[in-house]
Design a protein around this ligand. Structure first.
Ligand code: AMP
Length: 202
């Protein structure tokens, strides 16, 4: 999406993991919550995301993994409104819990650049357990282990799912069938964003 539309990509999970790897104070605070599959407290995440939006988002932005709670959604709406701006859409890529568990538990990524694989659906072609591009070892995220995935799903249903109604009521929600093939989902999301861009001149 970021290549399709030339929009800066702001991924909350990626940003938090970078803070953790860099050993910043935010990273140290966030780490414990992430390993358990809990949400990082709103105050920390909101500040981090609003700073990124302010720094990179003048001509639009793609948020991934944010908002995950009502407080985060309100904070984003308020911050945008203060600058006379608003969200164009909230994209909901839907998949049942079983599908999510199968996908996350098989996900692997390379140590060097984070290139992604899946043990069943997209295994490396050259050598099992090693990245085709970098040749470095693949590892499994601590929070992609089955017990933590179940906790993350419970957190999602409790804290994040209510945002579906929140964005539906505001006419912003766009739904996609996330159980389809990645390229099919990509095509659907791209077509929707292309239409919105025409309408809004994003
Ligand atoms: P992700 O890579 O998006 O699945 O995020 C990994 C973990 O980072 C989550 O399980 C949370 O612990 C934390 N996290 C990511 N985004 C948020 C958010 N918007 N609010 C609170 N915690 C978050």
């Amino acid at each position: 999406m970021k290549d399709d539309f030339g929009l800066p990509y702001i991924g909350t999970g990626d940003l938090l993991r970078k803070h953790k790897d860099d050993g910043t104070e935010l990273g140290r605070e966030a780490g414990g919550y992430m390993e358990k599959g809990d949400l990082v407290p709103d105050g920390l995440v909101i500040r981090m995301i609003l700073e990124e939006v302010e720094e990179k988002g003048d001509d639009g932005f793609l948020l991934d993994g944010y908002p995950r709670s009502a407080g985060q959604a309100e904070a984003l709406a308020d911050a945008l409104e203060e600058n006379g701006r608003h969200l164009t859409a909230a994209l909901l890529i839907e998949a049942d819990d079983e599908t999510v568990i199968r996908r996350l538990s098989g996900r692997r990524q390379c140590i060097k650049s984070g290139h992604l694989y899946h043990v069943d659906f997209d295994p490396p072609k050259n050598e099992d357990g090693y990245c085709d591009i970098d040749g470095t070892r693949l590892f499994q995220r601590e929070d992609d282990k089955p017990d933590t995935i179940r906790k993350r799903l419970a957190t999602y249903h409790d804290k994040t799912e209510p945002l579906i109604d929140y964005y539906e009521e505001r006419g912003l929600l766009r739904r996609f069938d996330g159980t389809r093939e990645p390229n099919v989902v990509h095509g659907h999301v791209r077509a929707t964003l292309a239409t919105l861009r025409l309408e809004e001149r994003l």
